[in-house]
Design a binder for this molecule. Structure first.
Ligand SMILES: [Zn+2]
Length: 210
């Protein structure tokens, strides 16, 4: 998923109001951030091929370190210990749940290219085989979680802008014409988008009061 991961960030934010939204945004996409860095370093491989289905243009060819179960469990544990030690148990639990949630959501949508164990036992429920269902479901989950967060919320205007911009970005991806993209360009684009989304989340929580 794309913005669907941020839905988890919104729900976690409602529960743990002290944790900045930008950090929750980074936590839910941390697995992909690692994957794209690994692709740029030549450690993992993701390819992009033309397809009429926008979701099936991306194939995880070799992602044993970022997208398989055991490294993810270990990563979540490390995140838990670090934040538990330096902030609080609540921060540790919330942020490790954020990191670990990525794998479960990806497994729902990916079409059998998620490695369960290292590079083997590829799984994926394959919701992406149904592009319109996937698109509308992801958008609905994102809007609903945004509504859940903002209900009775003190700051709002910038959060609404954040939600609109993220859904516009996701829709742009969905309606983009098919084409061949190099792994490097796609990785840099994705990493830049994640950085922009995290910056927007930071901005959304720093509304100037008049
Ligand atoms: Zn992913």
């Amino acid at each position: 998923m794309f913005i669907g991961h941020y839905a988890v960030g919104f729900v976690l934010k409602k529960k743990s109001t002290d944790i900045p939204l930008w950090l929750l945004f980074v936590s839910v996409q941390f697995v992909d951030i690692l994957a794209f860095l690994f692709v740029l370093l030549g450690i993992e491989k993701i390819t992009y091929n033309p397809s009429t289905n926008p979701f099936l243009r991306t194939t995880l060819e070799y992602v044993p370190y970022s997208h398989s179960l055991f490294p993810n469990a270990l990563l979540s544990l490390v995140v838990f210990v670090i934040f538990w030690k330096f902030k609080s148990k609540e921060w540790g639990i919330t942020l490790s749940v954020g990191v670990f949630s990525h794998l479960f959501i990806d497994t729902l949508v990916h079409a059998g290219d998620m490695p369960f164990f290292h590079d083997s036992l590829k799984v994926g429920v394959g919701l992406w085989h149904f592009p319109w269902v996937s698109y509308l479901l992801e958008l609905s989950v994102f809007f609903l979680s945004g509504y859940y967060l903002l209900k009775n919320y003190k700051k709002m205007k910038r959060h609404v802008v954040l939600i609109v911009l993220l859904s516009a970005g996701f829709s742009a991806m969905f309606f983009a014409p098919e084409g061949k993209v190099s792994s490097e360009v796609a990785s840099i684009t994705s990493l830049s988008l994640y950085a922009i989304f995290a910056l927007l989340a930071y901005w959304s929580e720093h509304e100037i009061r008049h």
